[in-house]
Every structure is written in structure tokens, then in C-alpha cells.
Design a protein around this ligand. Structure first.
Ligand code: EPU
Length: 425
């Protein structure tokens, strides 16, 4: 296992190229199950989760390879297997995105229930409900969800859940509906840019989807989808993570390729904290040179403040001039980073789904443990700003969702290196 060692205190300065979005690439890769002919995907980040999805697709008869330009070329060669097994699904929850495509193209699917994870409960009831509304019959068998349908038929489907819309349930139902007979309307659809990117990809393959990016998506079913080329949208969460890092180190960085229009809530929050965020020729320019103001933040579905940046902003607000309040409204248990940030001197008090953050003058380097992807990112950012050395163990969490993060940070002046962890912890 590797660990990351950071000596804090360096200002981040320069430019970072933002990668393609993990959470757009994963459902787009799953969608290839439904497509006849070759698909060429550009800007797919080279991440553990993407590699994991390619392994799952391979088992499902979908062959892929990266060509010399970095593009992934994909083709379905065998349509027999419909089983996404526990071994793979339990490692990566986004595996559940193969459910809609398998059902639509192969008329049946058996996908292991993902169960919970470090950020809390991860139900899939909305996925199943939506696919049942299209005509599928479902059954639970030894922890797997079995879905089958002789044919799918469009319907008017409500996809809202207790915590708002669901991103991957919207993806699953939208994908399945592209090959259903007639019109499907999804109400309370997720509006995330990753859903827009998936819909744009499907449309390039011949689907007829409108309304993506709004809570009402309409899909007119088509007979078949055929190969196309697509470039995956920039990763707004990676960009947001670096924005917070710049703010924490009083830095000045251009995030090349980042989309300010996908970062509205994040920009609003950072500006209230006192960070300068501007649109530049090559992307988003972020700088900060003064004390940070405390703020109140509540995570919400897009376009609200993303849960995937909650941990990182908690690290930032630990250094603000006063008390901040962070409320998690998507995954109320997504707070494993609280204990680790506290080891670095953050003053945090958790009350239910809310954390009161009392700003401190400085964080202090420590040995900490990564618990999930975004929590690990928060610890890295804290390490960059802290006095002294921070060692972060279990960095495989970070490799799931950030492409070459230590290289990118070192490129803008961070003192960070990956070393072999011999401790076995
Ligand atoms: N929910 C239900 N029933 C369902 C599905 C979800 O009640 O059937 C609830 C969840 O428990 C949660 C809320 O709905 O309270 C939203 O969850 P959602 O389904 O939108 O999450 P997801 O689709 O499983 C995606 C991202 C997550 C991101 C969330 C929220 C992908 C592959 N994953 O997950 O990304 O946190 O949306 O924005 O797109 C990450 O990248 O670190 C990550 C966890």
C-alpha cells in the first residue's frame, strides 16, 4: 500500500489541467453495453474506478482499449452475460449503472445490491422502481436484484426520493428508456452536469433525449443506438477540490478546462469566504490572499452545493476567522473525515447531520487515515496548509477518483510525494 507524505506551507501557484469527470465517464462507459458499433471516448480519466468499470464491462462482453491518443475505443463483442457480481459491485458502487443498459439491450440483468459504504447507506430502490415503471419485473435473489422484461415501454416516472433526486437512478432509467417503446418522461430527474453529458453522448449515438439538465427529461425511444465519438466533460469536483486547496494555501492557480458554469454554488461559497474566483482564457482562475470568512453551507442536489465537496470545504473552514456551520443533506453520515481533521487540530463539533467548525489559526501535520474518496482529498488539502508533515495512509481511496493528484499538486509547488507504506496499517 502507498501513503502520501506532505510537508505543508507551500503556496500553490501555476496551472493545473482538469481531467474528465469520473461521475460522467462511469455511466457513459456503462451505456456502451447498449450500443452497436465502435465507440470512441476521449478525456476519460485514468482512475481506479474507471479501470474497475472496464473490467466489469469486459466480463459483460464489452471490449475496450486505450489507443495512442489516450482515447478509449469500445465495442460489444458478446451479449450473453448479464450478471454484475458482488465481488465487483461491492468494490465500486457505480457498477449499478450497468443495470439499465443490460435490461434495455439484453432484456434481463442480475446486479448485486451494492449495500452500504463509508459515506453511509446507498439504497437502489429508485433505480428498481424506475425500471419497473418501464415494464421490468424484479426479484431479489441472494443479495442480487434480478430484472427482466420482454419489452420496455415508455411511462411517466417520478424519481424523487427522501433526499431529492438520485443521480445514478436518473442515469439508469434514462439509459433504459432510450431503447423503450414510445415516450418516457422522468420527473424530479437529477440535473447534474454528468447527466447532461450522458444524455449528450446517448444523443450522439442516436438517442432522442431532451430536457437533460432540468428536473424533467423526455426520452423518445429508438430502435437502436450506434457507435459515436464523445469527449467527457471536465470534472467539476476535481476542479472544486483544487479551488479549495488554492484558498487554503493563499495560492494563485488557473484550473485549465474547468467549467465555471458547473461550479456556481461552489464559486458563490468561496467568494463569501473571501476567495477570488474568476473566469480566465483557459479556465477558472482562483486566488486568495487574506483571512477567510466563516460561512454556513448546506449540501444539496445540483445546482446546490455538492456533497462531494463537503469534506474539502470543512478543511478550508477550519482555517476561517470564526464559526462556520456545515449541514449534510444528501448523505447525513458522510463525516468520517471529522475525526481525522480533528487529529490535525481542526475544532469540529458534530451534531446530527451538522458540523460546527470553529476556525483555528493553523492546522498541524499528523498521521491520518483516508476513509473514502472525498475525505481523503480533504486530508490532502489540510496537509498542504498545515504546519509540518502529514502522512495519509490508505491512499487507494484517492486513486479511485483523482487522476495523478500528487503530480498535479507538485506541479503547482506542493511538497508532496507518494511512498510505500511498510506499516501494514
Ligand atoms: N437515494 C435513495 N434511493 C435510491 C437512490 C438514492 O433514497 O434508490 C438517496 C441516497 O441515499 C442519497 C440521495 O438519494 O441520500 C442521493 O444519492 P444519489 O443516488 O444521487 O447518489 P449516487 O447516484 O449513488 C452519485 C455520485 C456520488 C455523489 C452522489 C450525490 C456517481 C457514480 N456517484 O451517487 O459520487 O456523492 O451522486 O451527488 O455519480 C463521489 O464521487 O465521491 C461520489 C460518492
Amino acid at each position: 500500500m502507498d501513503l502520501l507524505e506532505i510537508v505543508g506551507g507551500n503556496r500553490l501557484k501555476g496551472a493545473i489541467k482538469i481531467s474528465g469527470a469520473k461521475n460522467a465517464a462511469l455511466p457513459i462507459l456503462a451505456a456502451t453495453i447498449m450500443i452497436d458499433g465502435e465507440i470512441v471516448l476521449r478525456n476519460v480519466p485514468d482512475l481506479a474506478d474507471v479501470r474497475q468499470m472496464l473490467v466489469l464491462l469486459d466480463k459483460l462482453g464489452v471490449r475496450s482499449e486505450r489507443d495512442e491518443t489516450g482515447a478509449i475505443r469500445i465495442q460489444v463483442v458478446d451479449e450473453m452475460n448479464v450478471h454484475a457480481e458482488y465481488e465487483l459491485v461491492s468494490k465500486m458502487r457505480a457498477s449499478v449503472c450497468v443495470m439499465g443498459p443490460l435490461l434495455a439491450k439484453r432484456r434481463r440483468t442480475q446486479v448485486s445490491m451494492p449495500g452500504g459504504c463509508a459515506i453511509g447507506d446507498r439504497p437502489i430502490g429508485l433505480h428498481v422502481q424506475g425500471l419497473e415503471a418501464l415494464g421490468a419485473e424484479s426479484e431479489l435473489l441472494s443479495g442480487d436484484v434480478l430484472l427482466k422484461a420482454k419489452k420496455l415501454k415508455g411511462d411517466h416516472i417520478f424519481l424523487g426520493g427522501p433526499f431529492g433526486s438520485s443521480v445514478t437512478a436518473t442515469a439508469n432509467v434514462m439509459m433504459a428508456a432510450t431503447l423503450a417503446e414510445g415516450r418516457t418522461v422522468i420527473e424530479s430527474a437529477a440535473c447534474e452536469p454528468e447527466i447532461i453529458d450522458l444524455a449528450n453522448f446517448l444523443n450522439a449515438c442516436g438517442a432522442r433525449i431532451i430536457g437533460q439538465g432540468t428536473p424533467q427529461i423526455t426520452i423518445e425511444g429508438v430502435e437502436r443506438l450506434t457507435g459515436a465519438e464523445h469527449r467527457v466533460v471536465a470534472d467539476r469536483i476535481e476542479a472544486g477540490t483544487f479551488m479549495v486547496g488554492v484558498a487554503m494555501t493563499n495560492g494563485d492557480v488557473t484550473l485549465e478546462g474547468a467549467r465555471l458554469d458547473h461550479l456556481c454554488a461552489v464559486t458563490d461559497c468561496l467568494r463569501r469566504i473571501g476567495v477570488i474566483v474568476e473566469s480566465g482564457e483557459k479556465g477558472v482562475v482562483v486566488s486568495s490572499a487574506r483571512r477567510l470568512e466563516p460561512v454556513e453551507i448546506t449540501t444539496q442536489p445540483y445546482p446546490g452545493f455538492p456533497t462531494d465537496l463537503q469534506a474539502q470545504v470543512m478543511a478550508l473552514l477550519s482555517l476561517a476567522d470564526g464559526n462556520s456551520v456545515i449541514t449534510e443533506k444528501i448523505f447525513p453520515d458522510r463525516f468520517l473525515h471529522v475525526g481525522e481533521l480533528s487529529r490535525m487540530g481542526a475544532q469540529l463539533r458534530k451534531e446530527g447531520p451538522t458540523v460546527i467548525v470553529k476556525g483555528v489559526k493553523r492546522l498541524i501535520g499528523a498521521q491520518v487515515m483516508a476513509s473514502d474518496l472525498r475525505a481523503s482529498a480533504a486530508l490532502i488539502l489540510a496537509g498542504l496548509a498545515a504546519k509540518g508533515t502529514t502522512q495519509i495512509r490508505r491512499v487507494y481511496h484517492i486513486d479511485r477518483g483523482y487522476e495523478r493528484i500528487e503530480e498535479k499538486l507538485a506541479g503547482v509547488g506542493a511538497n508532496i510525494r507518494r511512498i510505500k507504506d511498510e506499516s501494514g496499517r
